[in-house]
Design a binder for this molecule. Structure first.
Ligand code: PEP
Length: 233
């Protein structure tokens, strides 16, 4: 079984949400399908027959944090998952590993399943081991990971059309699995399309995808989900 997560980022709208629900609801798949729309659209997914997630949450349940989204309220709004530490959160909103870990704790306390994003920037491409080890450090210290999902997303691959070679993906995934153990699912993210989905899913240890741009094109997303059903290693 693969996990295919759609990250709409700050895109989409009511019309796309309604069309997505209608189309994706027709899919019966052994895969876990999760859509993470912008927070203001989450309530629109009440009749979605798959899973809904948020793209971020704050590290507190409530309080004077204007503009933030509480993990408790996201849960109440129907989310089962929450993406944390996406590279856009790290770079544009200056989130560091410590804050991401606090958010992880707050999400787990609400029974949300965190999807924790890690991955190196272009300038760290040769030092990916250091970056990944640092980003995972908080999670390795006798920390029960529960249902936590991780997503390896090389920053230089997000939205660029550039993809690591299959050999590189297998090397990096083996390294991460060695750090985290076999239990935590590990997704690949970065320029996934129906053109490359098959060969990436065939890589050892790839448990699914975090899909950005291609998840906004419903036919494209359906094709990616269909590939997921073929690979069940
Ligand atoms: C993402 O935003 O997590 C992502 C992987 O984007 P894209 O698929 O567009 O590269």
């Amino acid at each position: 079984m693969k996990i295919i997560v759609a990250n709409w980022k700050m895109n989409g709208g009511v019309d796309l949400a309604d069309e997505f629900i209608e189309e994706i609801n027709t899919i019966t798949s052994p895969n876990t399908i999760v859509v993470c729309p912008p927070a203001v659209l989450i309530s629109r997914f009440g009749n979605f027959s798959h899973r809904v997630g948020a793209q971020n949450c704050f590290c507190e349940e409530n309080g004077a944090f204007t503009g933030e989204n509480s993990p408790k309220l996201l849960k109440e709004a129907g989310c089962k998952y929450v993406i944390l530490g996406h590279s856009e959160r790290r770079s544009i909103f200056c989130e560091d590993d410590e804050l991401i870990f606090k958010k992880w704790k707050a999400a787990v306390a609400q029974d949300l399943i965190p999807i924790v994003c890690i991955g190196e920037k272009i300038e760290d491409r040769d030092n990916w081991k250091e970056t990944i080890s640092r980003q995972l450090d908080f999670f390795l210290d006798d920390c029960p990971l529960g249902d936590t999902i991780f997503a390896y997303e090389p920053v230089w691959s997000i939205g660029t059309g550039l993809i690591p070679t299959e050999e590189k993906i297998e090397t990096i995934f083996a390294f991460i699995k060695e750090l985290l153990g076999d239990e935590a699912p590990l997704l690949y993210g970065g320029s996934v399309t129906s053109e490359n989905a098959q060969r990436i899913l065939a890589c050892q240890n790839v448990d699914g995808f975090l899909v950005g741009g291609a998840s906004l094109k419903i036919d494209e997303f359906k094709k990616i989900v269909a590939f997921g059903a073929v690979f069940n290693h």
